[in-house]
Structures are given as C-alpha cells and as structure tokens.
Design a protein around this ligand. Structure first.
Ligand SMILES: CC(C)(COP(=O)(O)OP(=O)(O)OC[C@H]1O[C@@H](n2cnc3c(N)ncnc32)[C@H](O)[C@@H]1OP(=O)(O)O)[C@@H](O)C(=O)NCCC(=O)NCCS
Length: 184
C-alpha cells in the first residue's frame, strides 16, 4: 500500500502549485478582494478603525492604479486565483512623508497572504523573491505594533528591529531591517 504523504510533503506540494508573477492593472479587483479578506483579521484586533482606514487608503482601485507604475508589485496565484501579493521599492518614490528618515531606503511596503492560504510557504517565497529583486544591500519594512505574527515571521527570516515611529492617533510603526547580499 502506498504511504500517505506527510504534512511537510503536502505543504511543499501546495506551495509548488503557486506561481509568482508581476502584478498588472488587470489584477486590481483581485488585489482589492485580497485586502478585504486579509486586512480586517490582521488589524481589526489591534484597532478596528485603523483596519478600516488601511482598506480605505491603501487598498482601493484608485490607489493601486496610482502605485502600479511606480512600485514593483508581485502576485502569487494558485489555481488561477490571486492568493497573495507583495509590493516594494524606494522610499523616495512613495507619496508618504517619513520625517524620521535621512537618505533613502529599499522598502517592502506590503506582504499579504489570503488567510485561507497561510502557512503554506507562500509568504516566505514572496519575501525571498523580493529580496532577490531588491537593488541595494538592505531591505526595510514596517510592522504595525501588535501584529505579533508578522513581527515574529520577519525576525525568524533575518529582520531586526531598528526604530519605532509613534503616532498619537494610530498604532506605532516598527521599522525592521535585513542585510542582503553576503549577510543574507
Ligand atoms: C505573515 C504572513 C505574510 C506569512 O505568510 P505565510 O504564507 O503564512 O508564511 P509561510 O507559510 O511562508 O511561513 C509561515 C510562518 O509564519 C508563521 N505563521 C504565521 N501565521 C500562520 C498561520 N496562519 N498558519 C501557519 N503558520 C503561520 C509560522 O509560524 C511559520 O513560521 P516558520 O516557517 O518559521 O515555522 C501571513 O501570515 C500574512 O499575510 N499575515 C497577515 C498580513 C500581515 O500581517 N502581513 C504583514 C504586514 S507587515
């Protein structure tokens, strides 16, 4: 009788069924739907108003149409469905203000996996791809204070906390950095 595959084999096979590719304008409705699926469970327990603000500001069709030409964006597809995405690029190309930063930074702005597809290695694959496509010797990212799962995920993959940006109204942003290249 054939042996049943282990959980590790199943996970590896499920991850192998996932393809990564650059996002296009045709993906915008799927990106919005991904945001609706992943943003509320991620940030709602931290601050429900903040979760809604994120969706309204950063996950709209207009915002994606504006950022796609300026930011590098990857999607992960499984069975023809967009199940995850990541965006990254230079801090100076962003529309946001970062008064605490001098100089420029390579930043991964987003890494989001649909909750039905967590734990299959998709986030790790996207992160590795972003690291390999990043020009420069370090990669930065922000984690919202209280997003412990994401924080632990990044620390286990070589990121270290550098600074915290406080905001009276909203949760703090914690900036993490990972050396790339030889120290990867
Ligand atoms: C953090 C996140 C990107 C990780 O993606 P993923 O595809 O689930 O990650 P992987 O399968 O590659 O790796 C899973 C790792 O994350 C941990 N993990 C986090 N959430 C998990 C879940 N729901 N199920 C299983 N593992 C989970 C595991 O401990 C595992 O770590 P290990 O491999 O060191 O044991 C994903 O959980 C996510 O999209 N979270 C919500 C959005 C978010 O917080 N994004 C980051 C914004 S800064």
């Amino acid at each position: 009788m054939a042996e049943s595959p282990s959980a590790v084999d199943v996970r590896a096979q499920q991850c192998a069924e996932v393809t990564l590719r650059p996002a296009t304008v045709d993906d915008i409705p799927a990106l919005r739907a991904l945001g609706e699926a992943v943003v509320p469970p991620t940030y709602g327990p931290i601050d429900a108003a903040y979760a809604q603000r994120m969706l309204d500001e950063w996950w709209t069709a207009e915002r994606f149409a504006d950022t796609l030409p300026r930011v590098r964006m990857l999607v992960a597809e499984r069975d023809g469905q967009v199940v995850a995405m990541s965006s990254f690029g230079r801090l100076s190309a962003s529309h946001r203000d970062f008064p605490h930063v001098t100089g420029d930074r390579e930043v991964m702005w987003k890494l989001y996996v649909h909750p039905d597809h967590h734990g299959l290695g998709i986030g790790s694959r996207l992160l590795a791809e972003v690291e390999s496509m990043t020009e420069g010797d370090e990669l930065w990212l922000e984690v919202v204070d209280g997003n412990v799962r994401a924080y632990d995920f990044y620390v286990s993959r070589g990121f270290r906390e550098v600074e915290r940006v406080t905001d009276r109204e909203w949760p703090d942003d914690i900036w993490l950095r990972k050396p790339l290249g030889g120290a990867r």
